[in-house]
Design a protein around this ligand. Structure first.
Ligand SMILES: Cc1cc2nc3c(=O)[nH]c(=O)nc-3n(C[C@H](O)[C@H](O)[C@H](O)COP(=O)(O)O)c2cc1C
Length: 231
């Protein structure tokens, strides 16, 4: 139950007190984010860590003046690939095979299928898909922060294009997707701290289904299988 207790404890902190998060806790949160699963294991995102006050002040101006940006200890900026390319995918798969002592060719069929699919989709679709992967990592960071009793405010409220300019991401192959200020709540000045946590009631949130509830579709078995690359 400890994860559930941590998730009850956390909230989107509105007022932080400027206290520093120790390096070991920061490392723990970043490692949880790094360990997140991603589609095909591509991890098409990275995290930029900012604690420089002058830079945080500039970022606050691009984030609807939200105070957490300057009252936090560290700001995590999540940034995702602006597009998939064959080279990027090959590089990740080659690295994976090197780490596993397998020949690069092991993943060729999988890679060709994947790139065959991605190459037909727009760059907008690519960027959106990569951005969705960054949200999974973001979520892991939020949970890990709660476990470390570090407050974190998930934030989409900023101007990504402007932030990309400020952080010189333009032309780097990455686009900013999310912000996560980390720090400690200032109880006396945070209007949200004692508010009840509100979520969709369980009975609305969770639906159990059986074959009797499903549509009567004539489904064909797929002609391709995602197979063990070693076979
Ligand atoms: C993707 C995402 C973007 C969010 N953007 C902001 C934001 O810009 N500023 C803010 O104060 N809270 C932001 N929130 C916080 C949500 O409002 C908050 O998580 C939600 O109301 C649930 O409350 P809780 O996190 O306190 O449990 C965001 C949350 C998520 C997941």
């Amino acid at each position: 139950m400890s994860l559930l207790n941590d998730l009850q404890w956390r909230y989107a902190t509105k007022k932080m007190n400027g206290k520093k998060v120790p390096q070991d806790k920061l490392d723990y949160i970043l490692e949880a984010a790094r360990l997140a699963p991603s589609s095909s294991g591509l991890q098409p995102y990275k995290i930029i860590v900012i604690s420089d006050e002058a830079l945080l002040t500039k970022i606050k101006d691009l984030a609807w003046n939200q105070n957490q940006i300057i009252d936090c200890s560290h700001l995590l900026v999540f940034a995702a690939w602006d597009k998939y390319t064959e080279e990027r995918i090959t590089e990740v798969f080659n690295y994976t095979m090197d780490e596993r002592d397998l020949p690069h060719s092991t993943m060729d069929d999988y890679k060709n299928n994947l790139w065959g699919m991605y190459s037909q989709l727009s760059e907008e679709w690519h960027a959106h898909h990569a951005s969705k992967q960054s949200y999974i990592s973001f979520s892991m960071a939020i949970a890990a922060a709660a476990e470390q009793k570090v407050d974190a405010t998930p934030m989409e409220g900023f101007l990504p294009e402007k932030l990309d300019e400020l952080l010189k991401l333009k032309g780097s192959g990455y686009k900013s997707t999310l912000l996560l200020p980390l720090g400690y709540r200032e109880n006396e000045n945070d209007w949200l701290v004692n508010m009840k946590k509100i979520r969709t009631p369980k009975e609305e949130f969770i639906t159990e289904m059986t074959i009797d509830d499903a549509a009567n579709l004539e489904t064909e078995p797929m002609d391709k299988t995602i197979s063990d690359p070693k076979k």
